[in-house]
Design a protein around this ligand. Structure first.
Ligand code: KIV
Ligand code: ZN
Length: 513
């Protein structure tokens, strides 16, 4: 059996299904480029048939990514599979990932199909897909809660039709490591042609065991592909976290004896990019990528690490891309130095117009903040005024006044389309007053589900504040992110960014439909 473990990243598909995490085509392309730098083997770029927006995103990624295989999800029907093939036509290496539910509950209640109908549809779908693409993955959705006898019958048939990867999803995060590992081993032993396909694990994190289950699927079950997302992004409690599973395989090579092709120094830039793009903040004590992951606070630990690093550290921070915060640029830095730093950070802006807009924002920031760190630059290029996202709502200026014992007030000028509006409001605090002022003119009626503030670089009040706002309206949930040294301004930017997303009509249909 091969000792190469395939890393299949589904941040842009299953990760994006998380309410509020939807991304624009350009944001997805930027993340796909980072995933390519990370050297993931397969990028699941989206679900081409779900919307025109997703089709365009998969197509753009397929046209630009050269090193990783680009994959699209498709339900097990001819229309979805044809759309996936069409979107992937420009890819160097393409994969179609088709799925249908096989658990009694899903077949009866959701699909309203008999097991025989599901069996036929799975077979025909893989046959159809195989005529369009040489690399076909098949997933029995809710596979872990499926009847093993029925599952074996379906899997044998789809492998015979040409499926090259068989993925066993624990769709609802119900598995326990040993049981999931044995489930996969049992399937591999019972399906007569199991050696004709690569077996894959896909675990959700509802019981906090997605990484452990995936590793058991590999170690006990013999799977050779892991499906995962950056920061464990995904619906509900998320998916298996790429950074954790990869570092477990690397750090415990003695146990797993497997190789992954990942450039681990690209893990932190990928984590930051996904967090800043989606507004899903990484918890400080998160393994590998959390702010505290390599911080030793207790005296005993600090003393130990200073004497011999491996007393308390099992991985090196620099191996996963944690560079010491570097002051990279300042007020006097020119356009060329700025452009070069963007390149060093792996940030590719599409046009000279975008570089100019980013440089203007950088100069503006450098006037207000003496030290500019890499994190500031990453936040700056995520700003919608730089990334050429058509902003319907735009902040022009904000003034606020707060004094002990007085009710805070804010005056905001914003552009809505081509018209300028100036409004004034009071609130419980300066942020509340500013957002009320914006809402008084926009009148979105959106419900705020989340408001959170984080420091972009730790350790100093000079840091920029990064604000995430999650809004819900008309059945849609969106996240907006804004960064600024002034957290009231960052809050207004985040709020407007969320309103812009609500205003844009990129609709998606759920992949589990
Ligand atoms: O969790 C799941 O079952 C999925 C499939 C579509 C692979 O994401
Ligand atoms: Zn999933």
């Amino acid at each position: 059996m091969s000792d190469k473990l395939i890393i299949f990243d589904t941040t842009l598909r299953d990760g994006e299904q998380s309410p509020g995490a939807s991304m624009t085509r350009d944001e997805k392309l930027r993340i796909a480029r980072q995933l390519e730098r990370l050297r993931v083997d397969v990028i699941e770029a989206g679900f081409a048939a779900s919307s025109n927006g997703d089709f365009e995103a998969v197509k753009t990624i397929a046209d630009h990514i050269k090193d990783s295989t680009v994959c699209s999800l498709a339900r097990a029907n001819d229309r979805d599979i044809s759309r996936a093939a069409e979107a992937l036509a420009g890819a160097n290496r393409a994969r179609i990932h088709t799925f249908i539910a096989t658990s009694p509950l899903h077949m009866e209640k959701k699909l309203r199909m008999s097991p025989d109908q599901v069996f036929e549809q799975a077979k025909l779908a893989v046959r159809f897909a195989r005529n369009l693409c040489g690399d076909i993955e098949f997933s029995p959705e809710d596979g872990y809660r499926s009847e093993p006898d029925f599952l074996c019958r379906v899997l044998e048939a789809v492998i015979a039709e040409g499926a090259t990867t068989i993925n066993i999803p624990d769709t609802v995060g119900y598995a326990i490591p040993e049981l999931y590992g044995e489930f996969i081993r049992n399937l591999r032993e019972r399906v007569p042609n199991s050696d004709k396909a690569i077996w894959s694990v896909h675990c959700h994190n509802d019981l906090g065991m997605a990484v452990a289950n995936s590793l058991a699927g590999v170690k006990i079950g013999g799977a050779r592909q892991i499906e995962c997302t950056i920061n464990g992004l995904g619906e509900r409690a998320g998916n298996c976290a790429l950074e954790e599973v990869v570092m477990a395989i690397r750090t415990r090579r003695d146990h797993f004896g497997l190789e992954v092709g990942i450039d681990t120094t690209q893990i932190m830039p990928a984590s930051r990019m996904v967090s800043q793009t989606t507004g899903f903040v990484v918890q400080p004590n998160k393994a590998v990528v959390g702010a505290n992951a390599f911080a030793h606070a207790s005296g005993i630990h600090q003393d130990g690490v200073l004497k011999a690093r491996d007393t308390y550290e099992i991985m090196r921070a620099e191996d996963v891309g944690w560079a010491a915060n570097k002051i990279v640029l300042g007020k006097l830095s020119g356009r060329n130095a700025f452009k070069q730093r963007l390149q060093e950070l792996g940030i590719e802006l599409e046009s000279e117009g975008e570089i100019n807009a980013a440089f203007t924002r950088f100069k503006d920031l450098a006037d207000r903040k003496s030290e500019i760190f890499d994190e500031d630059i990453i936040a700056l290029v995520s700003d919608e005024s730089v990334t050429a996202v058509k902003e319907h709502f735009r902040l022009i200026s904000l003034a606020q006044r707060s004094e002990t014992g007085e009710r805070p007030q804010a005056s905001v000028t914003l552009a809505i389309g081509d018209a300028e509006h100036s409004v004034h409001s009071e609130g419980n605090g300066p942020v509340d007053a500013s957002l009320r002022a914006i809402e008084s003119v926009v009148q979105s009626g959106a419900e705020m589900l989340l408001y959170s503030v984080n420091a972009i670089t730790s350790g100093s009040t000079e840091s920029q504040g990064e604000v995430t706002v999650r809004l819900q309206h008309g059945g849609r949930v969106v996240n907006g992110v804004g960064a600024d040294p002034d957290i009231v301004v960052a809050s207004a930017k985040a709020y407007l960014s969320a309103l812009n997303k609500l205003h844009s009509n990129t609709e998606r249909v759920a992949a589990q439909g």
